[in-house]
Design a protein around this ligand. Structure first.
Ligand code: ATP
Ligand code: MG
Length: 436
């Protein structure tokens, strides 16, 4: 009896020991896995040169690691193609700001961390005279760095969760994505409560300013000619194509509109504002569900109704911009007769009618385009804005269709100011601009 008890006691001890050894082994496995993952993340951060100065990075490292670990790991594999483009853009912002200011952290990808003082100095103390625009993020100021580079500084004026999220998204995406068709981020500032984004200065501002000149005071006629409009359409399409098809997972812009297409001194276009961007689903035809944001008149119907967001939602918004370029009309204009207020509903029936497509064309363009080209662009716009998301084209298809319509694609000075001319014939009042 006593022998039996001793045997059972021995057995129990053995089981406990085996369990202890197993727990120790699993702890060891978990610890090595943790080391492996931290090592990978550290390597990735090092590759972005963020690790050089953690204290200067706008987000505290622990929260960055805990909240963004999956995203960070995904971003290790983000840029799939466009390496040549990357090389073209790297170094654009690699000069340090001098003038005895606090040292600037310059990452290998050319994104700098500024102090508030430096940007205050660069914009002349954020004086009103340097304001170039206002948006939902805050005011935009023109400025000059001590090395002479012209910059646009966006000063966040509404601290809060959403603004903070947009700021992070913009910085995270723009430091990783590089394309000649996306607006380049020169740097950012996260000094105390201040949040600022520093971009290349685009001398000709937003596309909408040129499509609807003096829209506030009525009466302006767009001087953007057909050739330039087509090139802007192509370059903007290439920006979206890059986001949708050259990075993995795809990036959905979510707020594509004419004011987010910026024009440089030669009227070359870049796509801006990724604050609202969302990383798309990896699955073919997949979607991500999200709060409905974006700008009235540009939001795809399925996204507005269900919040289901896919790259095809951007294709719809692109179609609206193409319609703006064709018609010279704003997406929603409450001053027009009811049937003409919403650009898409008004234009759609005309777009597929070869004979009547000229009825919707911007009168400022008269005599500048061939009927064949107009029909072709109208057909592309019609495909993009159709209600069935799955039948909308991919941005790569849009790019392919637009390429033959753009003359002088290879010349960087294809469109200087002298190539802009006003309509030779007087504009018909109903098409003049949004105020006509
Ligand atoms: N990099 C830049 N270079 C020159 N001008 C710029 C630049 N970025 C913005 N702007 C000007 O500032 C204006 C406001 O831009 P911002 O992106 O803040 O607002 P928005 O595009 O009009 O609206 P939203 O906030 O909804 O995107 C633009 O229309 C443009 O004229
Ligand atoms: Mg904008």
């Amino acid at each position: 009896m006593e022998g039996d008890n001793k045997r059972e006691e021995g057995l129990a001890l053995l089981v406990i020991m085996v369990l202890a050894v197993l727990s120790l082994a699993s702890l060891l496995v978990a610890f090595s896995y943790y080391c492996y993952i931290s090592n990978k993340v550290a390597k990735h951060l090092k590759s972005l040169s963020i690790s050089k100065n953690f204290s200067s990075f706008p987000f505290p490292l622990p929260s960055l690691l805990s909240s963004n670990l999956p995203q960070l790991l995904r971003c290790c594999f983000l840029v799939k193609e466009g390496k040549n483009e990357e090389r073209e853009m790297v170094g654009r912002g690699s000069h340090a700001v001098g003038g005895g200011e606090a040292p600037v952290v310059v990452s290998e990808r050319g994104v700098q961390v500024f102090t508030y003082r430096q940007l205050h100095a660069a914009t002349g103390g954020f004086v009103k005279a340097n304001v170039v625009g206002h948006g939902s993020f805050g005011s935009v100021y023109r400025g000059v760095l001590p090395d002479g580079r012209k910059i646009a500084v966006k000063l966040m004026d509404r601290p809060g969760k959403q603004g903070e999220e947009e700021f992070k998204m913009e910085v995270e995406l723009l430091t990783r994505l590089r394309s000649p068709y996306l607006l380049g981020l020169i740097g950012h500032c996260s000094d105390g409560g201040h949040r600022l984004l520093v971009y290349e200065f685009m001398a000709n501002g937003g596309l909408q300013e040129h499509l609807y000149p003096n829209s506030g005071s009525c009466g302006g006629i767009s001087k953007l000619n057909w050739e330039t409009r087509m090139r802007i359409a192509l370059e903007a399409a290439k920006g979206l194509e890059y986001l949708h098809e050259h990075v993995a997972p795809p990036v959905i812009h979510r707020d594509f509109k004419s004011s987010n297409i910026l024009l440089d001194k030669d009227f070359h276009a870049t796509v801006s504002d990724f604050g609202l961007a969302k990383l798309g689903s990896d699955k073919a035809g997949g979607h991500v569900s999200t709060r409905v944001l974006g700008t009235q008149g540009y939001v795809a119907p399925e996204y507005a109704l269900t919040g289901h967001l896919t790259t095809k939602s951007d294709v719809y918004s692109y179609g609206v911009v193409l319609l703006e370029l064709l018609t010279g009309r704003v997406p929603v204009d409450m001053e027009r007769p009811p049937e003409e207020r919403v650009l898409v509903s008004w234009a759609l029936p005309w777009l597929t009618d070869r004979e009547k497509v000229t009825h919707i064309m911007d009168p400022a363009l008269e005599g500048q385009y061939s009927g064949k080209d107009a029909v072709q662009v109208a057909a592309i716009a019609a495909m993009c804005v159709q209600p069935e998301a799955e039948y909308r084209p991919l941005m790569a298809d849009v790019v392919q269709s637009l390429v033959p319509l753009v003359k002088n694609r290879s010349t960087t000075k294809a469109c200087n100011s002298s190539s802009f001319h006003a309509s030779k014939s007087p504009a018909k009042p109903e098409y003049g601009n949004s105020c006509a």
